[in-house]
Design a binder for this molecule. Structure first.
Ligand code: COA
Length: 260
């Protein structure tokens, strides 16, 4: 597949995906969502990739939302399909990936952009970042999971306020809200996510993927997360990574995990 809207960089087990439509503030059009889906699907199957970073090209925007020009004329049915397809291809897909995905928010993360960041496993932001769900100012609601994931991350009252006012919060407020874990100067964003990714890569990929599944289970209705945790915990004991991790500890050496 020819990539026209994203740029990929691979470095020592870390794949960075730059959403690359800076002239449109990296707004998510249909083509970008498809490219992201196919790329993420491919990268998630590559056992050499241990961490994925998603960020925006340029210094102004992570992603300024879904591409408004593509859906402005949509009917009720087309609107519902847009949300369903987007959630399935990108937002739910990322949340359930085996490989850890970190959003590095380097500027505006609005609407579908904030929803994309919220679907990632966690978020860091540069100090110029601005976040919000402005959809109600367009006469619509967040449709890529925003009404569900924002309250999970910041609490119901703050989510209601952000959605009803359609306003933006700055990076420091986002950190106080628990929406992002770290805020750093924009020039330090790369170093910060590479350092975090390098720390993650030292640990068992199998255990990390099971931890993602167990944490996510808390938010799936009808699934008992405690039961899932017990099952996943037990499964770890049958992995090579578990044998390597415990042996390395007892032998006072660094573990070399193979992700098996
Ligand atoms: N969809 C489509 N195009 C978008 C976009 C979006 N979500 N966000 C920005 N763009 C485009 C603008 O139309 C403009 O294109 P143009 O140069 O061809 O006119 C370009 O990106 C630059 O944006 P501009 O508005 O000129 O930049 P700004 O610095 O004045 O304002 C924002 C920045 C983010 C405040 C403003 O672009 C904005 O409000 N964007 C929409 C945010 C939104 O509502 N997102 C939710 C969508 S559901």
């Amino acid at each position: 597949m020819v990539l026209e809207n994203i740029i990929l960089e691979h470095e020592k087990g870390i794949t960075t995906i730059f959403i690359n439509r800076p002239e449109k503030l990296n707004a998510l059009n249909r083509a970008t969502i498809l490219e992201l889906h196919e790329t993420l699907e491919m990268v998630d199957k590559n056992s050499e990739v241990r961490v994925i970073i998603i960020t925006g090209s340029g210094d102004k925007a992570f992603v300024a939302g879904a591409d408004i020009s593509e859906f402005a004329h949509f009917s009720e049915n087309e609107g519902a399909k847009l949300a369903a397809k987007g959630q399935q291809l990108l937002f739910d897909f990322i949340e359930n990936m085996k490989t850890p995905v970190i959003a590095a928010i380097n500027g505006f993360a609005l609407g579908g952009g904030l929803e994309l960041a919220m679907a990632c496993h966690f978020r860091i932001a540069s100090d110029n970042a601005k976040m919000g769900l402005p959809e109600t100012s367009l006469g619509v609601i967040p449709g890529y999971g925003g009404t569900q994931r924002l309250p999970q991350l910041v609490g119901k009252g703050r989510a209601m306020e952000m959605i009803m006012t359609a306003g933006m919060i700055d990076a420091e407020t986002a950190k106080i809200y628990g929406l992002v874990n770290h805020v750093v100067p924009q020039s330090d964003l790369f170093l910060t996510y590479m350092t975090l990714a390098t720390r993650i890569m030292k640990n068992s990929p199998v255990a990390i993927s099971k931890a993602i599944e167990a944490v996510n289970a808390n938010f799936v209705s009808g699934v008992d997360g405690f039961d899932l945790e017990i099952k996943a915990f037990g499964e770890c004991f049958a992995t090579e990574d578990f044998k390597e991790g415990t042996s390395a500890f007892l032998e006072k050496r660094k573990a070399e995990f193979k992700g098996k």
